[in-house]
Write a protein of this length. Sequence first.
Length: 273
Amino acid sequence: MREVSFSIPESGTLGLVGESGSGKSATSLAIMRLLPPQAHVEGKIEFAGQNLQALPDDAMRRLRGSGMGMIFQEPMTALNPVMRVGDQVAEAVLAHNKMNKRDAWQRALQSLREVAIPEPERRARDYPHQLSGGQRQRVMIAMALVNNPRLLIADEPTTALDVTIQAQILELLAELRHRHKLAILFISHDLGVVSRISDHVAVMYAGQIVELGPVKEIFSAPQHPYTRGLISVAPTLKTDRSRPLATVGTSARSAATVPLRQISAEHWARVPR
């Protein structure tokens, strides 16, 4: 990756969109400092006035899960299959707070209620395989938010869900964002999903952000050829399936990024160049 720079304001959502392999998940892992040891990150990653690159490992571990939370793409693999889901949420509480197990369990139940898990007292004693896909994703959201973080990173959280459950999860995230004044980095390859939940969009291609701006401007007047290509192939009810898909020429790979539209909102979570 190179030349990756964006900021997210409090209560704002930035959609990071691009094809598989473009660098979206690597960007999120860089923010959380979860890249493999051989990965080298230059520049600064700023969060709430702190340079995350300069934080000692123990301070960064405390920040993960408390200051920043993350929802992973596939909850069935992210959740521990041999632990009750309530215990897994409570474990996140105990990792960042000095309290007994009983109080941690109660906080876990409260978090499960907030994400609208039905019958949370009963469901908390279930194992991941006993829950539906949407319920497992809600457990992941509860775990990410149980310690009241300021930044939530959602890495394709609706990809494996059907459209009805997907809409419910998006509605839940929007509600939680306003309730807790969360900043959200929402990662997806689905332009429709990104347009529904995001205030601003960053388009990623070949390891760099090629276009950044407000959702309405990006979708109504895309400037980079890759962005125009993404929008042109997004399926609609009127899509002609016999028409060949548009492709991006090799010249686009070496083309300079278009001037990024400015985000004027005051920010606190930032990944500068």
